[in-house]
Ligand binder design. Sequence first.
Ligand code: LLP
Length: 452
Amino acid sequence: MAHLAHDPNKQPDNLRTMQLASVLPMTASVVDGSLYIAGVNASMLASEYGTALYVYDEEHIRTQLSSYIKELRSRLGNADVAYAGKAFTCKAMARLVAEEGGWLDVSSGGELAIALAAGFPAQHVVVHGNNKTVRELTEAIKAGVGRIVVDCHEELERTDAIAAKIGVSQPVLLRVKPGVVADTHEFIRTGAEDSKFGFGLADGSATAAVKQAMKLSNVQLKGLHVHIGSQIFALDSFVETIFVMTAYLAELRDNLGFMAEDLDLGGGLGIAYLAADAPTPIVAFAQTISDAIIKSCEQNSLTVPRIIVEPGRSIVANAGVTLYTIGAIKELRDIRTYVAIDGGMTDNIRTALYDASYESVIANRANEPRDTIVTLAGKHCESGDVVAIDASLQRPQVGDIVCMFATGAYCQSMANNYNRQVRPGVVFVRDGKVREVIRRESYEDLLATDVG
Ligand code: LLP
């Protein structure tokens, strides 16, 4: 694929002058007006693999993951980072996580199957879900997963019974609702008492679950888990959660003699979707939460447990972009300009679902000023099928390649086949090279499950 790479002797124009720094993959550059990622020409990727296409900057993903691990271990010693596969997963991603020394958070039997197919070490897998099926629990326990995060009383009993049948003692964490309301979209808030996830602290159900788990002989209670929400900018809710949880761990030690080995704080760190967004960098996140853990453990005379975090979005979101081809432009005078792209709510449902916003450029004229305001509309049969509303773009022309930034998390993983649209492929780029990790679907794929 050398022909897609740029001439290393050419000096890149600086995309940062377009003020987009915060949303870009770290290796993005513009050479002779064309956008490159990891030294690979985005427009040429579009013609080679077709659009819509997800492109990931592999170096960016590795840097984010390794910096979480490094920054937490340097402050806390015993810490692990379980990448939340729900943000984006495939075999190549699972292998990358293993290579960087991460753990993996899976939230279904399907995600576990992908991890195992990739050869991901089961003992480093954390299994989530608020209604894991008997089949999912059985597969997880048989595979020897590192932790099952138990969400309810029924599941605790089920896990114990299945582990007994298999003849093992399964390490588990209990998911607790700390009663903290994170400042984010209500659809992705999970820490409040009114949440379908986990055991309540205030109503005593968490303590009842700890007592129950301590009695069971085929589960080993290793500690507690908490996840307050996603796309969180202000760190106060994380700090508040840490103080609530360490005080609770001290209470469990004093009242029940239970000593937690692990405290899993979930994911949730926010990222920049728009150039003006200013999320907390990973280093500052690690610093703030480590300080809070050390201080709150000291206050409660607790030994600092092993801390686990489960970031998803902040590892992959800005590493990923989506490439589309413009097929039609409708200028509605005094209303808006619709620019129709060859994808939409099937490859990015976040705008329709959460009012998400994105920054884009025209990849083949990326150095021109973004002086036009357009609405990027999908090709599906719904008026709500738009991926960017009133967004700045270079003056669009039919046939241009649009590169939409910050689409690496919860876009491919939430992709669907509405209108029987085939889902796009995924390529990883690194050091001027491209590798296809998920191929574009075909009509045969659509028909493969249609057995009538
Ligand atoms: N751990 C647990 C238990 C979770 O439920 C989640 C996300 C994470 C970790 C990772 O959180 P992150 O670091 O990615 O914020 N579809 C929504 C996001 C849903 C998040 C669900 N849970 C979106 O597109 O914004």
